[in-house]
Design a protein around this ligand. Sequence first.
Ligand SMILES: Cc1cc2nc3c(=O)[nH]c(=O)nc-3n(C[C@H](O)[C@H](O)[C@H](O)COP(=O)(O)O)c2cc1C
Length: 350
Amino acid sequence: MKEKNLITAEQMQKALSVCYEKALNGLPTSKGVIEFANEYSSKYDTPQLAANKMVANQILKCGTSGFITGLGGLLTLPVAIPVNIASVLYIHMRMIAAIAYLGGYNPHDDAVQTMVYLCLTGNAAADIVKRVGIKASNRAALNALKKLPGKVLIDINTKVGMRLFTKFGEKGVINLVKAVPIAGGLVSAGFDAVSTRLIAKQAIKTFIENPYTPDTAVVFYSYSGKTRIIAGELAAAEAADIIEIKDFKYPGKLKAYTLGIVASIRKKAWPIQPLDANLAIYNRLILLSPIWAGNPPPPFNAILEYLPAGKKISIKMVSMSGKSNCKDWLEAAIKNNGCILESFEDIKVP
Ligand SMILES: Cc1cc2nc3c(=O)[nH]c(=O)nc-3n(C[C@H](O)[C@H](O)[C@H](O)COP(=O)(O)O)c2cc1C
């Protein structure tokens, strides 16, 4: 057994994550996921039709010689995986992530990335998630995955890597020479239409037959971390997505207690980073914010400019006193955006 054929589970996990990132962003000769998926969604009426056509085209295109090796030359992974295996992995990952996108899922979301990995294993997915205590790979699984700490997602991702490259997947070290990928076909020189169909079927079942139609997002700002904890618990309890409002530049204490307080009292907004998610896809938004001098802090106020019309809004203000002084103003600002304030609550934290 030559040492260079041995890779650890960690290296495998790293290789999968690099390959996923390449699949998201594309290679010089191959489009990234969103552009690739949009090409089909613009031509076909339903996500199902678009996905079927995309899968058929992938099988056709990849069957032609030269395509796989051509891609492999451009795809550098942190471990020495044979070029043809790496290329097929790339094509499969991109196809599954594009199917996820067609179903309304965000391929940049860590939990969605894990679901894409699970689809890669075809039928073995159920077996892997069972070990971390999750049932099927569907919408319910996404909610379950979203609630797990990042460490557990990485653990699932690692298990998928092991399963892809070993028959039993429980050994600490993977021998690539003996690799018998259960997804099938990867060891053979060419692209296997059977394994691709199997994987595509799993992806369509996961993402298209269970389209992502989220109802609620918890949107929060936190300066010193207390609101972040409450927002996390609330999102888990409501099975809601969670979106953080991040400072463009984090203000130090001196700035927060001087300029910050003045800006809060004057209801001013400070610049924030672009949000990770599109607020338009939600029906309900639960906004959480600390209180600065009785009011929301200026980075939170920036969100009021982003609120799409027609949303049902709940506001929860988190403070030491449990007494805010901004309900009327916030209610007016929300109405001004064409949204409805459903509830307003002060939460007292020590
Ligand atoms: C600049 C500043 C001003 C604050 N003003 C108030 C206030 O007027 N009333 C209050 O009850 N708490 C006030 N606090 C405390 C926070 O609202 C409270 O600790 C909150 O839970 C912090 O949430 P966070 O950790 O998510 O930032 C202030 C905190 C800061 C940093």
